[in-house]
Design a protein around this ligand. Structure first.
Ligand SMILES: NC(=O)c1ccc[n+]([C@@H]2O[C@H](COP(=O)([O-])OP(=O)(O)OC[C@H]3O[C@@H](n4cnc5c(N)ncnc54)[C@H](OP(=O)(O)O)[C@@H]3O)[C@@H](O)[C@H]2O)c1
Length: 338
């Protein structure tokens, strides 16, 4: 494709302007089977060339490995990239396989220092609370995050998988630039309350897993059969067995719309998410994850695809028919608490 850059959108009323599509970097170090570092680096470079400026990581992705992997790329392009990372999924001493959700002040302070060090930067552009620890009032957590802004360690604040009520309470303490939650043709629970609250409060939505973790692209049809033994998606109820077979059949309208646009199902899934900005009246900056430069190009091209009202109507019923939850344990999601 030509190297024309993509449109931009603002990360909420208080955040920076970014390319309307970001890049999810998690899979480069974690969750989706083996990665090739050279290939991932090429994907990062290509994304930047095409106008992708928001790069998403977290301390939990590979227990710090993802932040460390990205550090040289960020260093080489510090003024061109917006770095988003997250805290909250702590690793208990002596048990590297477990994660404990922590939102308390001592933990946040330790986490931000560790992320700054691994990323090798002076300041994090967008710092998210990754998951909600209900033992700590959200006002207290955001109060600590606001201190990090005042101290110059962090520029903007974000929250992941929060309810509308939690978002409102947080916004009362400090402006929130973005809410990051799962949002795709398969996962639309946030449209009931979280999206309207974000619109009202001037907060951007950053949809994660906009490709349904790859399932919407048709790249795999049954996680147990098609993915490696350590792939996280084998633990997700909608991607295995009878659920996966039923859900694969739901992709037919996505394929039909793709054919009409001479596009791929991935591009239609991303165009649908991006168009939710118009449907709901708020900034939407999706962060599809890929480790391949060719897929970066394919995904970025989706920013130019516009779906008609008729096509949106054809895609509308899909989410309501999906079999199986988006996590085996939904208690850490906003929908699980709402
Ligand atoms: N806040 C949270 O709790 C949370 C949770 C999950 C994810 N995230 C963030 O959101 C980002 C994106 O979510 P995600 O990675 O879970 O899911 P996703 O973006 O929906 O899908 C990623 C999967 O799709 C594949 N893929 C990407 N483009 C493709 C294309 N054009 N054709 C075929 N397959 C394609 C990728 O494989 P390849 O890499 O091999 O291309 C990968 O397996 C993550 O990287 C992470 O930064 C946040």
């Amino acid at each position: 494709m030509t190297d024309s850059t993509i449109p931009t959108a603002r990360l909420g009323d208080t955040g920076p302007e970014v390319g309307v599509q970001g890049l999810g970097c998690m899979g480069m170090s974690f969750a989706y089977g083996p990665s090739d570092a050279k290939e991932s680096r090429a994907a990062l470079d290509r994304a930047l060339e095409l106008g992708v400026t928001l790069y998403d990581t977290a301390d939990a992705y590979g227990a710090g490995a993802n932040e460390e992997f990205l550090a040289p790329f960020f260093k080489a392009h510090r003024d061109e990239v917006v770095i988003a990372t997250k805290f909250a999924l702590s690793i208990p001493a002596g048990d590297p396989t477990r994660r404990v959700v922590r939102n308390d002040a001592p933990y946040i302070r330790q986490a931000v220092e560790a992320s700054l060090k691994r990323l090798d930067v002076d300041v994090i552009d967008l710092y998210y609370m990754h998951r909600r620890d209900q033992a700590v009032p959200i006002e207290e957590t955001v109060g600590v995050m606001a201190e990090l802004v005042r101290e110059g360690k962090v520029k903007h604040l974000g929250l992941s998988e929060v309810t509308a009520g939690e978002l409102r309470a947080a916004q009362g303490v400090h402006p929130i630039a973005a809410v990051q939650s799962e949002w795709s043709l398969f996962s639309r629970d946030i449209e009931d309350r979280v999206v309207p609250a974000a619109r009202e409060l001037g907060v951007a939505l950053v949809p994660y897993s906009p490709l349904g973790r790859g399932f919407l692209t048709g790249a795999f049809a049954d996680a147990d059969k098609d993915l490696t033994a350590d792939d996280f998606r084998r633990s997700q109820p909608r991607f295995t067995g009878e659920n996966a077979a039923a859900n694969a059949a739901l992709l037919e309208p996505v394929r039909a719309v793709a054919r009409a646009h001479d596009a791929t199902p991935a591009q239609i899934a991303l165009a649908w998410v991006q168009q939710q900005a118009v449907v709901h009246g708020l900034p939407v900056i999706a962060i599809p994850g890929t480790r391949k430069a060719g897929r970066v190009e394919e995904n970025v091209r989706a920013t130019a695809v516009e779906l008609s009202a008729q096509e949106l109507a054809l895609l509308e019923p899909i989410a309501g028919k999906v079999a199986g939850d988006r996590y085996a344990d939904m208690t850490l999601t906003s929908a699980g608490r709402d």
